[in-house]
Design a protein around this ligand. Structure first.
Ligand code: TXA
Ligand code: MG
Length: 310
């Protein structure tokens, strides 16, 4: 069931149910992060392997401090500048966070979402919410309540509808090694923005944020129809029916999705997942997706496209 009743979502969560919640990045499948049973339920509903840890959501810095042992100086700056917002930090976890949340790692991924409904929901309960993106494992992330309904609607009692996600790609994940900040996943906060706040960062080559199983999550965000990436021109040989997902240009195609006619990276990121879903039900034989310029949110979009191509 889809609705806008935050009180109802809170009651369900307190009663040990899972609820889908809007965030500014993508919709999350939320449950009590301090309750192992709820966390197990999240893995089961998503069909997610237990070696892939979850993000814990809190309303503010005060709450964040309850769940992490220490906060490096650069993390403090990132919290001040980038939170609430599309940013997640990997910080040493306190024992109160169950091991199942972090897949046994001693860091917890923690985030302060900016969406007003997520904020209100988190403030109306007295536990943090573990919430992965609310899609079956490996499929395209949901950016509307309807996307969640289509795939998980029969498995959860309530989907809190906060409209279409304003950012449209997942949060940027930043971890720390000594004095160094490391980007584990490119996302809604651009690398340029982060470097303007804390100086140079190291970027992991593949945006797989699972250190125990590097490479295993390379195929992700994947539509069911095969997807191939291109930069400027379509390949010479094309199937009879095909779709083109382009940044700003027009191409001859059976179905065409243009992410941002004005070449705006934020707009492209916001439209990406909904466009991929539409193409996935368009009935074509193949999808050709054009890479964006490798800057700003273009990096996050390109990362999703490369992983969708597998
Ligand atoms: O924008 C977002 O981050 C959304 C919304 C719902 O908050 N959530 C999201 O969650 O994208 P999920 O589960 O789809 O992606 C979380 C990523 C996974 O790739 C996981 O491997 C990584 O975070 N992760 C979680 N804890 C980690 C840790 N301790 N060390 C390294 N990576 C971690
Ligand atoms: Mg996900």
């Amino acid at each position: 069931m889809i609705g806008k009743d935050i009180g109802k979502a809170a009651v369900l969560l307190e009663a040990g149910e899972l609820v889908a919640m809007p965030t500014e990045t993508v919709y999350g499948l939320a449950g009590n992060a301090l309750d192992e049973m709820m966390v197990m339920k999240i893995f089961a509903v998503k069909n997610r392997p237990s070696f892939d840890p979850l993000i814990v959501h809190v309303p503010d810095l005060e709450h964040l401090k309850k769940y992490v042992k220490t906060i490096p100086e650069k993390a403090i700056v990132l919290i001040e500048k980038g939170m609430p917002g599309p940013l997640t930090l990997l910080l040493p976890k306190k024992d109160i966070i169950p091991d199942i949340v972090t897949s046994g790692l001693d860091t917890v991924a923690i985030r302060i979402p900016g969406h007003p409904m997520a904020q209100e929901l988190l403030r109306s309960i007295d536990f943090p919410l573990a919430a992965p993106s609310a899609n079956p494992f490996g499929y395209i992330s949901p950016t509307s309540a309807q996307h969640v309904e289509q795939q998980l609607g029969h498995k959860i009692p309530y989907i809190l509808d906060g409209g279409e996600c304003k950012v449209g790609v997942e949060s940027t994940i930043v971890g720390f090694e000594g004095e160094e900040a490391i980007i584990y996943r490119k996302g809604g906060t651009s690398v340029e923005m982060i470097e303007s706040w804390i100086g140079p960062v190291r970027m992991l080559p593949h945006s797989t944020s699972q250190p125990q199983a590097p490479g295993m999550l390379k195929s992700h965000y994947a539509p069911k129809i095969p997807l191939e990436i291109f930069t400027e021109q379509l390949p010479q040989e094309l199937p009879q029916t095909y779709a083109v997902l382009s940044f700003s240009d027009s191409f001859p195609a059976t179905v065409l999705e243009v992410l941002s006619p004005d070449k705006n990276m934020e707009e492209a990121a916001r439209n990406l997942f909904a466009a991929m879903r539409r193409l996935d039900t368009s009935g074509v034989e193949k999808i050709y997706a054009q890479l964006l310029p490798e800057e700003g949110l273009g990096r996050a979009v390109n990362d999703r496209l490369r992983r969708a191509a597998g």
